[in-house]
Design a protein around this ligand. Structure first.
Ligand SMILES: C[S@@+](CC[C@H](N)C(=O)[O-])C[C@H]1O[C@@H](n2cnc3c(N)ncnc32)[C@H](O)[C@@H]1O
Length: 345
């Protein structure tokens, strides 16, 4: 369904009331107070006419900015306002599509825009933001969030009734806690709602200074390789279950042994793999002998390897059967030395 934000009227109506949004200035000043003044490159998602970008570039005098929006009307106004100023670049982009190659940033900011994306896309976008932040970088999302119930929502609508009489149909509001948990799971640190007034909240997460850059900037990307026996002719569901079992064993075995597992107990490469894209590749072998040869070579190379033996209760005529294994996560060059010759599954 086309978004109302693509219409000139909708954009114009918002711009007429944007400065009347109650408590907006309080949220913005909290955002600025958190944003390091020495930030050099800042991205604004759903920048509108460049309102937030203007504030953050005043706050960070040495920074340049990139603003993304999909509304031609908003982009036109933004470009008019910044005409002749090469500190800022405005790019037409639909936030429902993956972020294009924009380089990396010291800060990614957004105000009242991401809640227009479906929830699944919000989560993906947060990961893409994390991937584009330099170590030590900030993500600040001043956002319209969901109320916990209808009464609280009605009170919010009443509080903003002077500027908004009805619900914006393009709103896809989500509660604060879910979004904070996503940010933590992605690997952001110091995640919290730093400011809140009714349905307006400021969600912030930082990328740790010590975090290495992601897979693509490492000389050898990190991955886990799952090697599956093809000769057993397992059903697809069975293969997926066995592969999932193999992949999880790397953490599940530690949990079983110690009842808890901390990132600090893992190697730096394993931590990086978990914090980044946890890439997995599935290859195939055609016999138990081949599977065991791969297993032994991986053990000999000092790689983490987990061999899965199915109990045979549902398949394999009751016979315990070696079905697959997972190697890693580890550096691709180390794993490729063992599995590089195998066909993909
Ligand atoms: C409420 S306005 C906020 C604008 C600006 N950030 C501000 O604070 O004034 C929402 C902005 O999100 C943009 N937007 C909504 N959905 C979008 C999408 N899928 N892709 C890109 N921009 C989008 C709209 O065009 C609009 O500029």
């Amino acid at each position: 369904m086309p978004s109302e934000w693509l219409s000139e009227e909708h954009a114009t109506a918002y711009l007429a009331i944007k400065n009347e949004v109650p408590q907006r200035a309080a949220g913005e000043s909290t955002l600025l107070a958190e944003l390091p003044k020495e930030s050099k490159r800042i991205l604004d998602l759903g920048c509108g006419d460049g309102h937030l970008l203007k504030l953050v570039l005043q706050h960070c005098p040495d920074a340049v900015g990139v603003g993304l929006d999909f509304s031609p009307a908003m982009l036109r106004r933004a470009r008019e306002q910044w005409h002749g100023d090469d500190r800022v670049q405005f790019v037409e982009h639909d936030l429902e599509q993956p972020l294009s190659e924009l380089g990396t940033f010291d800060a990614v900011v957004s105000s009242f825009a991401i809640h227009h994306c479906p929830h699944r896309r919000k989560r993906e976008l947060y990961q893409e933001v994390f991937d584009r932040l330099n170590p030590g970088g900030f993500f600040c999302n001043l956002e319209h969030v969901a109320s916990p119930n209808d009464n609280v929502h009605a009170a919010f609508m009443k509080a903003i009734s002077e500027i908004e009489t009805g619900e914006d149909p393009s709103n896809q509001l989500l509660d604060v806690e879910t979004q904070l948990q996503w940010l933590r799971n992605i690997g952001f640190e110091d995640v919290d709602c730093y400011w809140k007034w009714r349905e307006l909240g400021l969600l912030i997460g930082k990328r740790s200074v010590s975090s290495l850059k992601l897979d693509e900037s490492q000389e050898f990307p990190l991955k886990q390789v799952i090697v599956m026996r093809h000769d057993l002719k397992m059903r697809r569901g069975k293969q997926i279950a066995q592969g999932a079992h193999a992949s999880m064993s790397f953490l599940a075995n530690r949990l079983r042994q110690k009842e808890s597992v901390s990132l600090n107990e893992l190697t730096v490469d394993q931590q990086q793999w978990l914090k980044a894209r946890f890439a997995k590749i599935c290859c195939r072998v055609n016999s138990e002998e081949e599977l065991l040869a791969i297993h032994d070579a991986a053990v000999e190379a000092g790689l983490e390897v987990h061999l899965i033996v199915d109990s045979g209760k549902t398949e394999f005529h009751g016979q315990p059967t070696k079905t697959c294994l997972a190697i890693g996560p580890d550096r691709s060059d180390r794993i490729d030395a063992i599995t590089g010759h195998l066909e993909l599954l």
